[in-house]
Design a protein around this ligand. Structure first.
Ligand code: NBP
Length: 509
């Protein structure tokens, strides 16, 4: 029994994520006590992994798990997001969890749930929410970890989180390749850091996923435009993405795109698999959460939302097939230079990507005010350099930007990104115009460009819009020749009626 109290950490939920994370932790020499609601799953897992460096202890109840873990106990929860997290938390509390113990919810929980749980359980334990990115391979060999919760409690989790996280090379800022089983990556900068109080870690993970949506959509549009305008086959497109992966677009998603495009259909060696995959994208909801949050906070994350809508439109497959028979587009054949267009699409992709990340970081900036967090943006971009789906060389540039100017209002204003946008915008506009001329849907490229043009415009048509609001709804307007906040109203249409100065909102009048 003495041996049974030696676990460094406990883990509940041995589905794909839990199994892989437990093995990753044990690979780094930590002893892990594991429990699963269905006991046989736990028994199979223990039987399949008899020799891990740290060792695994199988537990048949939550009470056994608590007895097996050293105090203050750290219990990872990797069960289905939603009600199951509360069920497990209550079971742990019922079984004798103590105030100093930590529950670490590593599932894809909504940040507002984590804020609520941290409060609800604060008298019984310290509740942490940790975003985990990288899927099952990341969980097994090095994820990107975004922990949020009590700052004092973080020190108990920190050594394990730093050991198991992905690592980046301090010289290049690039992710160190995932290790083979039993050969964990020990050196390098760990892709984890304390994010902030309560739901901050899950919030930042959600933003990561929102950015992932737009990154994937932009790459897919680049593929679609080159395929259609240049009539290129997938195996001709693959080396283009492979080449881009050697430059400033170097990223996991570009790398796998090059792989996907050269993959033959296992059922027919003369065809490419990508041509056999139905063009309908599914979603689990984190992109939607990001977009809803942007709308709630009034932050223009239009490209991120567009990526969600693009998936929704793709899902209307039957309707689209029918509409294609009825709705005409233009007749257009591209007659320009092949390489010039490929370079233009590259630049359009890079400029759009800059805007997409600018939107993600603007959202986090707004969330700081909304939820009373204080984010270190250089650190967040640093964490995303390895282990997660959006890992990319580009993230080093964002780390550099926020290191230079931690208070940077918008990424677009950083000197490096500004220069890239100035260099690439002519190509970006050409590609968007070509897509429109050819009738090819490129909503992410287009909305990213609309964001860029809107953000850099000192004058927008909202003067007319606000006048319309005052006309039909007496919603008032501000004047260009009066101080901000002074409100006016006119009884339209009334050229001879006087303008009425309105009391400022909240004033005693
Ligand atoms: P699932 O989300 O499929 O959940 C299955 C696990 O939850 C099983 O261990 C199951 O036990 C347990 N469970 C359920 Br369901 N209800 C329970 C309850 N009321 N009490 C106790 N255990 C319960 O597992 P997963 O795919 O490994 O994902 C785990 C979490 O990680 C989720 O939040 C998911 O969204 C997230 N996730 C993240 C990534 C990523 O890349 N970060 C990838 C995939 C998933 P049983 O065996 O008894 O049914």
């Amino acid at each position: 029994m003495a041996e049974q109290t030696q676990a460094d950490i406990g883990l509940i939920g041995l589905a794909v994520m839990g199994e892989n994370l437990a093995l990753n932790i044990a690979d780094h020499g930590f002893n892990v006590a594991v429990y699963n609601r269905t006991t046989q799953v736990m028994k199979n897992f223990i039987a399949a992994n008899p020799d891990t460096p740290g060792g695994l202890i199988g537990c048949e109840s939550v009470a056994d798990l608590l007895a097996a873990v050293k105090k203050p106990r750290k219990i990872i929860v990797l069960v289905k997001a939603g009600a199951a997290v509360d069920t497990v938390a209550q079971q742990l509390i019922g079984a004798g969890l103590e105030k100093d113990d930590l529950i670490i919810d590593c599932g894809n929980s909504q940040w507002t749930d984590t804020i609520r749980r941290e409060k609800d359980y604060s008298r019984q334990c310290r509740f942490f929410g940790s975003g985990v990115s990288g899927g099952e391979v990341g969980a097994r060999f090095g994820p990107s970890l975004m922990p949020g919760g009590d700052a004092q409690a973080w020190r108990h989790l920190e050594p394990i989180w730093k050991a198991i996280a992905a690592k980046v090379d301090p010289g290049t800022g690039k992710a160190i390749e995932t290790a083979k089983p039993g050969q964990p990556v020990k050196d390098g900068i760990p892709c984890t850091a304390y994010i902030g109080e309560n739901g901050a870690g899950h919030y930042v993970k959600m933003i990561h996923n929102g950015i992932e949506y737009i990154d994937m959509q932009l790459i897919s549009e680049a593929y679609f435009l080159m395929r259609n305008l240049l009539s290129l086959q997938p195996d001709e497109l693959s080396p283009i993405f492979a080449r881009w992966n050697q430059g400033d677009l170097d990223s996991y998603l570009i790398e796998i795109t090059a792989d996907i495009l050269k993959q033959r259909d296992p059922r027919d060696a003369d065809s490419f698999l990508v041509d056999r995959v139905l063009d309908t994208a599914q979603q689990k909801g984190t992109g939607k959460w990001t977009s809803i949050n942007a709308l709630d906070m009034g932050i223009p994350a239009n490209a991120i939302a567009e990526a969600v809508f693009a998936r929704c439109l793709s899902a209307l497959k039957d309707e689209r097939i029918e509409a294609a028979k009825h709705l005409a587009g233009p007749r257009y054949t591209y007659s320009g230079d092949r390489d010039e267009l490929i370079n233009a699409v590259h630049d359009a992709l890079y400029c759009s990507k800059i805007c997409a990340y600018a939107q993600g970081f603007q959202l986090m900036r707004a969330a700081e005010g909304e939820y009373h967090w204080k984010f270190d943006f250089a650190s967040i971009a640093g964490i995303w350099r390895g282990g997660c789906i959006i890992r990319a060389r580009f993230l080093q540039k964002i780390t550099d930007a926020y290191t230079r100017a931690p208070g940077l209002v918008n990424l677009l204003l950083d000197p490096y990104f500004k220069e890239q946008l100035h260099k690439g915008q002519s190509h970006w506009r050409t590609v968007v115009a070509l897509a429109a001329q050819a009738g090819l849907a490129a909503p992410a490229f287009m909305s990213a460009l609309a964001y860029y043009d809107g953000y850099r415009s000192a004058q927008l048509p909202a003067n007319l819009l606000q006048a319309q609001r005052d006309y039909f709804g007496a919603h008032t307007y501000e004047r260009t020749d009066e101080p901000r906040g002074a409100l006016f109203h006119l009884d339209w249409p009334a050229p001879d009626r006087p303008e009425i100065a309105m009391p400022a909102p909240g004033s005693a009048v």
